[in-house]
Write a protein that binds this ligand. Structure first.
Ligand code: IVH
Length: 676
């Protein structure tokens, strides 16, 4: 029975944790100056989650626990903007900027301009009421947009609660985008999972925000910059000052110290800002496609007014995308692990935005047709947001006489099987997954890679050699390899290298189930998903017997993943391989130690684990405690038996332990308790 007093205590603790978590979130994601370790943050989050579970009536949509994403949004609701979301008129040259300044000065005299970066993302309008995020709406047609609040909440640099002297009811506008590093990380992950890379950060951000599953959005790691305050009574009459105010309230706004926003009252000042960013934009951590110049004073803005759809008090200066002309020598059609065929243009090397470019992506068949590409064409390559440059045009006048058109192959360039293209998909696939050489060898390469079965001595070239020699056709064949077979390959193989491979293969039998599952290379089953499935389902027999509907009940598994797993095990050949791997001794169930306690030495004891440890990771310390019958909790209370302290345990924790008379022990002492 919980008393009124318990409840009061929970209310206070929840409010405290929410404030602290939001503050640390801001320090981490906006200020990039964290004060506590990730683990300490996670612990607080766990405690809050636990309390909110205990007291469901105290839940709140703006609790930091909601950052990981709430329920599926069935359909986005269209809502009208209180203040219309305007667009900017674009300019591409200094003349047009000079013309803008002349026009403004003619009407209102010399005045201050605020200059900003033009972020290349997706526009968003955020409404705050009484200091809390109330709604996030896309730009839409400028008059009305879609309510994507649930997705917006997952963007860590968007405050859910404000601080300081904020207005009671107002909107901010800004751009949601991917930082380049995060975008790269996302693509590396996609590649590891056998997926196509995303083409550029902007489109990926737009696609992400349209997803109906906020949990999926949360995992992508979007970011934002705020560039407009829209309110009936803004705090000052200066746009620049208002942006600084927004910063005080907790928003991520352009940093004046880095010249992300600056003021000037002259054309020279504006041109200097443009020149600076034209030169330095490539070194930024995110994509920009220009700069924006705005009259700073709100009253003067009103005086200048609007045209049909853009304000007369602002102008965007767009940078030219960096381009170069070069010769198209050839087009390669690469076949990946999942059979996806991607055309890659081989170019005469050319210097572009500071790097030598030899290859460019052409995306797909439609793109080849649209460009009407011919071998030997002089093509225009452009480096936009994407890392790999793309071909954007062809100089038809310079086409060599008799040049042959680039044809998209109808058959797989590697195995000759007719390619297929699924309805609505841009990509062609080779469906011959069990006999198409590069698909086979890339699957094997994935299987032996470090994060999968970690078989040392087996790189890409060796895998191909084994395949060509007819020794290995699938991952199960690896476990039938003999030292003699390897030595029989001749050139390059000696006693030592052969033994190394054989040992590596033998050692891989001890790799835990979760990694084996990842190694199988099931589409969409990356490392994290494999881990969750291994823990949740515990063995392969149960997994193979599950329907997609049962699978989605597993943590981290959504519809697409569930279908993909079911499809994989529906293939007889895949089941046979699993059986052979099992017979070879691979692990297809999680370690019993992870399932149930191995001992009960710690039965009845409750532990709090804090700090960094030498011999163990924090997770393995927790596993060791739980494996021996002990309990692990997030915060110290009267019920805590021991605090296991690592190197950097905070002083507050120690004081709390002292106050409650809880004994603090080190990892050695814990070990002794278990081994006693
Ligand atoms: S101000 C009238 N400032 O560019 C004010 N917009 O074509 C309109 N954008 O939809 C917006 N960075 O998505 C403004 N510093 C910035 C911007 C910016 C990017 C985008 C925004 C808008 C589009 C205008």
């Amino acid at each position: 029975m919980s008393t009124e007093k318990d409840r009061e205590q929970a209310v206070r603790r929840i409010a405290h944790l929410r404030d602290e978590l939001e503050r640390h979130n801001h320090l981490y994601y906006v200020e990039a100056a964290p004060e506590i370790s990730d683990q300490a943050f996670d612990r607080m989050m766990k405690e809050l989650e636990e309390l909110e579970r205990q007291w469901p009536e105290l839940a709140s949509p703006n609790s930091p626990t909601q950052r990981v994403g709430g329920d599926i949004t069935k359909q986005f609701v269209t809502v009208a903007h209180r203040f219309p979301m305007l667009s900017l008129s674009n300019s591409y040259g200094q003349d047009e900027v000079a013309e803008f300044v002349r026009r403004v000065e003619k009407e209102v005299g010399r005045t201050l301009y605020a200059m900003e970066l033009k972020y290349d993302g997706v526009a968003i309008s955020l409404t705050y009421k009484e200091g809390e995020l109330a709604r996030g709406v896309t730009r839409g047609d400028g008059e009305k947009g879609e309510d994507i609040t649930a997705n917006v909440r997952t963007v860590r640099s968007i405050p859910l609660k404000l601080r300081g002297d904020y207005l009671r009811d107002f909107e901010v506008r800004g751009e949601i985008l991917f930082m380049r590093a995060q975008f790269e990380k996302l693509n590396a992950q996609r590649e590891a999972e056998g997926e196509e890379r995303y083409a550029n950060p902007r489109n990926t951000a737009a696609g992400t925000l349209k997803q109906q599953d906020p949990k999926a959005v949360a995992k992508r790691g979007l970011d934002n910059f705020i560039y407009t305050l829209a309110a009936d009574r803004p705090p000052t009459r200066s746009h620049y000052e208002n942006i600084l105010k927004c910063r005080e309230w907790g928003f991520r706004t352009p940093d004046p110290k880095r010249r992300f926003i600056e003021r000037t009252d002259s054309l020279e000042g504006i041109l200097d800002f443009i020149a600076h960013w034209d030169k330095h934009r490539h070194a930024l951590e995110m994509d920009i496609d220009g700069v924006v110049i705005k009259v700073d004073n709100l009253d003067i803005q009103a005086e200048l007014g609007l045209t049909a759809k853009s304000p007369r008090w602002a102008i965007a200066y767009k940078f030219q995308a960096e381009q170069a002309l070069t010769r198209l020598n050839d087009v390669q059609f690469n076949v990946g692990r999942t059979g996806a065929v991607t055309p890659v243009a081989l170019l005469e090397p050319v210097l572009l935005a500071g790097t030598t470019v030899k290859r460019a992506s052409v995306h797909n068949a439609d793109q080849i047709a649209k460009l009407d590409l011919h071998f030997g064409d002089l093509v225009q390559v452009e480096k936009g947001g994407e890392i790999i440059p793309k071909i954007t045009g062809v100089d038809l006048k310079q086409r060599p006489p008799g040049a042959k058109p680039v044809m998209y192959p109808e058959n797989c360039p590697e195995c000759g099987t007719p390619l297929v293209r699924d309805e609505g998909e841009a990509q062609h696939y080779c469906p011959n997954e069990h006999a198409c050489p590069p698909q086979i060898t890339r699957r094997i390469e994935h299987f032996v890679s470090r994060r999968a079965m970690d078989i040392g001595g087996l790189g890409g070239e060796t895998v191909e050699e084994l395949f060509r020699a007819g020794l290995v056709h699938n991952v199960a064949d690896l476990y039938d390899l003999t030292r003699e077979q390897l030595l029989g390959l001749g050139k390059g193989w000696g006693e030592k290298s052969a033994q190394q491979v054989i040992d590596g293969i033998a050692a891989s039998k001890a790799i835990p189930f979760e990694q084996v599952l990842f190694a199988l290379g099931i589409r969409h089953v990356g490392e994290t998903v494999a881990k969750k499935i291994a823990r949740g389902v515990t063995d392969i027999d149960r997994l193979m017997a599950m329907t997609p509907l049962e699978l989605v009940a597993v943590d981290e598994v959504g519809g697409v993943i569930a279908e993909s797993i079911a499809d994989f095990f529906a293939v007889e050949g895949n089941r046979r391989i699993v059986e052979r791997l099992r017979a070879a001794g691979l692990r297809f169930a999680i370690d019993p130690a992870q399932q149930r306690p191995v001992g009960d030495k710690l039965k009845g004891l409750s532990f709090v684990v804090s700090g960094v440890f030498e011999g163990f990771s924090r997770d393995s310390i927790k596993e060791a405690i739980e494996g021996n019958g002990g309990k692990v909790s997030g915060s110290i209370s009267k019920k805590t038996s021991f605090v296991v302290a690592g190197a950097d345990m905070g002083p507050a924790k120690r004081a709390k332990a002292d106050e409650l008379g809880v004994k603090v022990i080190g990892e050695d002492e814990l070990r002794r308790m278990i081994e006693a």
